[in-house]
Design a protein around this ligand. Structure first.
Ligand SMILES: NC(=O)C1=CN([C@@H]2O[C@H](COP(=O)(O)OP(=O)(O)OC[C@H]3O[C@@H](n4cnc5c(N)ncnc54)[C@H](O)[C@@H]3O)[C@@H](O)[C@H]2O)[C@H](O)CC1
Ligand SMILES: [K+]
Length: 592
């Protein structure tokens, strides 16, 4: 019987009936004591077979208790072991389980199997049982069997699955480590399909704007891999040898993608992967001098880990992020890094059914989904170490509008969500400020335009005090732009043109909302919307309400680029006019 930590465990015995042992350890911990709970159940559900007896006995010094359900035809038993001690060592439960089966009234087999299971030393806050219950973790054997099923009767090809796997990895990386802050990626590829996933991920990361480099020491001649390498070479993505790597990886890389080994890994890593793994492990040791080394993202499995039991070699390797593929492997239960994602949005119902998989839904059009909680966040310590971009006086366009356009286009191509969202700050006649988010709807040499209800609070404030400030923030590049100046309404014709270009639903919505006024409830809006929908359901023009655009004429524009160690770049453009001359922009650097 082979039993692993805290997951569904495979078992074998010479007996014709399979047993499985489900252990859940760390979530049951009490301070300074460890408890391991195992449920032993029969997977043989033959109607002619009934369990006559199933018992469990501890082979160690544990306090073992066994509980069986109070039903006559029972086929499972819960054993619980506990031992008081420090957290430093795993709790190992070795027990002897005995079962006897009957067909009719005669005993047909009697088998004693020994089971061993361990509770890891993870603190109980890291995972909760709800999480383990709501998602399936699969064994090494099942991972391989699922692959065979996919690539056999279910008609998938390895290239196709690898493409989906690599794309999932790249999208998960981009979701957590923005290209603006962490552009330099080292992808370390192993000899098998896990390495292939790494090659695919590198290609997608390149197209997402990252700068990947690859270490691929054990290449294969298979056409699939040769093709992937050729594709990367055609993008001028560098392939490096281990000797090309700097002594401190963080000097050249923000992220390391560990695509060395996946679910077929066995034993201990052989050279050169042992040293490569060492290089991305050191950072986890207390007081390591390279504690600020790159973030490590493991593909499918943290390389070197036992596929089911985790870091059995006690190397201390713990990636910051794990992207499980298809379904998390059992070892993922020991993952305590900050980010756990599941990738591979292709699992057909036949696989889900055959393996009884519980998998989370993928949101929207995402290729990956976050699973598990993000480890608790200390808000005060949230801090990006901005790297990779700069804004020097030499680079800055003398025209702030052109500089804005360049940064805006960068934000759009980096996939920033609503890059035109900006905070608009206004103040009333007494100087009392207020701010809200609005959408930029146009910009040119005349200024920056947005639309709103002319009866809103901002409109009243702009009436009393026609000056405003705008702030953009584009996280993927760690850039912000601040714009200040005077504000005026745009012409009614411009507003009409834009209003009628909007979807009819938005036009009706603008008529419904007497913006910023207090209303009795949402039903007022819904009723009014319904009435207007009926009124204009003949397709006739929807009139523009007291609504329109504003244009801010900038007099100062500041560009802020986040840089390392808080030494940010700040360039402020100020519109300055000397006697009788056309106003011009002067650029000054501000202390960060
Ligand atoms: N269904 C999916 O989601 C898919 C995932 N894919 C990825 O494929 C791997 C599994 O690939 P496989 O080729 O079977 O195995 P590995 O990549 O884990 O590596 C096997 C490779 O490594 C060698 N090896 C084994 N042990 C050692 C060791 N101790 N030291 C050195 N080398 C070792 C072995 O000889 C082989 O050469 C899965 O995890 C996903 O990442 C697929 O891309 C598509 C389907
Ligand atoms: K890996």
């Amino acid at each position: 019987m082979v039993i692993t930590n805290r997951g569904l465990l495979s078992s074998s015995s010479s007996c014709s009936h399979l047993l499985s042992l489900i252990c859940c350890g760390s979530e049951k911990w009490a301070p300074r004591s460890k408890r391991l709970q195992c449920r032993i159940s029969s997977l043989a559900q033959s109607s002619s077979t009934q369990f006559g007896k199933l018992s469990c006995q501890s082979l160690d010094q544990h306090n073992l208790s066994a509980r069986r359900p109070a039903v006559a035809n029972w086929s499972s038993l819960t054993c619980q072991a506990s031992r008081k001690e420090h957290y430093s060592k795993p709790l190992i439960l070795r027990s002897q389980c005995q079962f006897t089966t009957f067909a009719g009234s005669s005993q047909i087999s009697h088998k004693t199997v020994q089971a061993q299971a361990a509770a890891s030393t993870m603190p109980s806050t890291v995972q909760n049982s709800q999480e383990s219950d709501s998602i399936s973790y699969i064994s090494q054997a099942n991972a391989a069997a699922i692959d065979e099923l996919l690539m056999g009767p279910l008609g998938f090809s390895v290239d196709q699955l690898m493409e989906l796997a690599g794309l999932s990895v790249a999208t998960a990386v981009a979701e957590v480590y923005g290209v603006g802050t962490y552009p330099r990626v080292l992808v370390i590829c192993g000899p098998g399909n896990n390495g292939g996933d790494g090659l695919v991920a590198a290609r997608h990361l390149h197209h997402f704007g990252y700068k990947p480099s690859i270490v691929y020491p054990k290449r294969t001649d298979k056409p699939l891999y040769k093709g992937l390498v050729t594709q990367l070479e055609s993008l001028a993505i560098p392939f490096l040898s281990e000797s090309d790597l700097p002594p401190l990886l963080k000097d050249n890389y923000d992220i390391v993608v560990d695509a060395m080994f996946g679910f077929s890994f066995k034993g201990k890593p052989r050279p050169p992967f042992d040293t490569l793994l060492n290089r991305i492990t050191i950072r986890n040791e207390a007081g390591a001098e390279n504690a600020g080394s790159p973030f490590v993202v493991s593909v499918d499995i943290p390389s070197g880990w036992h596929v089911e039991e985790g870091d059995t070699e006690e190397t201390g390797f713990m990636p910051d992020m794990l992207v499980s593929l298809t379904a998390p492997k059992s070892c993922a239960k020991y993952f305590t890094g900050a980010h756990h994602f599941l990738g591979g949005r292709f699992v057909p119902p036949a696989v889900v059914k055959t393996y009884g998989l519980k998998l989370p839904a993928y949101p929207g059009t995402s290729m990956c989904v976050r699973i598990g909680k993000q480890t608790s966040i200390d808000v005060a310590s949230l801090r990006e170490n901005y790297v990779g971009h700069e804004l020097t006086e030499e680079q800055a366009n003398p025209d702030p509008l052109k500089q804005f356009q360049a940064w805006f286009e960068d934000a759009v191509s980096a996939g920033v969500y609503e890059p035109n969202a900006m905070t608009l700050a206004t103040a009333d006649a007494d100087g009392k400020p207020s701010a809200r988010l609005v959408l930029l709807k146009g910009y040119d040499e005349r200024g920056f335009v947005w639309f709103t209800n002319y009866g809103s609070r901002k409109a009243a404030e702009l009436e009393a005090n026609p000056r405003a400030a705008l702030v953009f923030f584009w996280d993927k590049y760690n850039r912000s732009v601040r714009i200040e100046g005077s504000v005026e309404k745009i012409s009614r014709m411009e507003s009409e043109t834009y209003f009628h270009s909007r979807p009819r639903g938005s036009q009706l919505g603008a008529n419904v909302s007497s913006q910023s006024s207090v209303i009795e409830g949402r039903h007022i809006l819904e009723q009014c919307y319904k009435d207007l929908l009926e009124k204009y359901n003949d397709g006739s023009a929807i009139p523009m309400p007291n609504w329109g655009g504003y244009r801010l004429h900038p007099v100062t524009v500041e560009f802020w680029q986040g840089r390392e160690s808080r030494l940010h770049d700040r360039l402020r453009y100020t519109l300055t006019s000397k006697d009788g001359e056309e106003p011009t922009w002067i650029i000054e650097r501000l202390a960060p």
